[in-house]
Design a protein around this ligand. Structure first.
Ligand code: NI
Length: 136
């Protein structure tokens, strides 16, 4: 029997989406407003999902206090109120799309969470646009 526990978190961050190999016109066509050279912000909503067996001693899949602290330290402290392109090492050469941000978050948390537990990241870039990454 496996149960998924979820923790919601939030960060505000700025980004610009562009491909340096393309012209400004092509970047504008593909990335729209997100290609704005002067950056812009999003209110990212993050859901970290951890799936596993319920531990008989605690009744927990994972201690949510520990998960909350991990998200604060590994994600919120690193991303909140940052310019992702300029200030977060992982995005120096990686386009900070919602897709890539979700993979970076997964990678940051994976090694900190018990290997017996499955990890999935849901990231909302807008209230209507969201991505899911589960390590596949
Ligand atoms: Ni954007």
């Amino acid at each position: 029997m496996k149960v998924t526990v979820n923790r919601k978190a939030h960060f505000n961050a700025a980004h610009r989406l562009y491909n340096a190999d393309w012209t400004d016109a092509r970047n504008a066509t593909v990335f729209g407003k997100c290609a704005n050279p002067n950056y812009h912000g999003h209110n990212y909503e993050l859901i970290v999902s951890v799936k596993g067996e319920i531990h008989p001693d605690t009744g927990f899949v994972m201690d949510m206090k520990v998960l909350k602290q991990l998200i604060e330290t590994e994600i919120e402290d690193q991303f909140d109120h940052k310019n992702l392109n300029e200030e977060v090492e992982e995005f120096r050469k990686l386009n900070p799309t919602a897709e890539n941000i979700s993979v970076v978050i997964w990678n940051k948390l994976r090694s900190k969470i018990d290997a017996n537990l499955e990890l999935s990241i849901t990231l909302y870039e807008t209230p209507r646009n969201f991505v899911v990454y589960s390590g596949e």
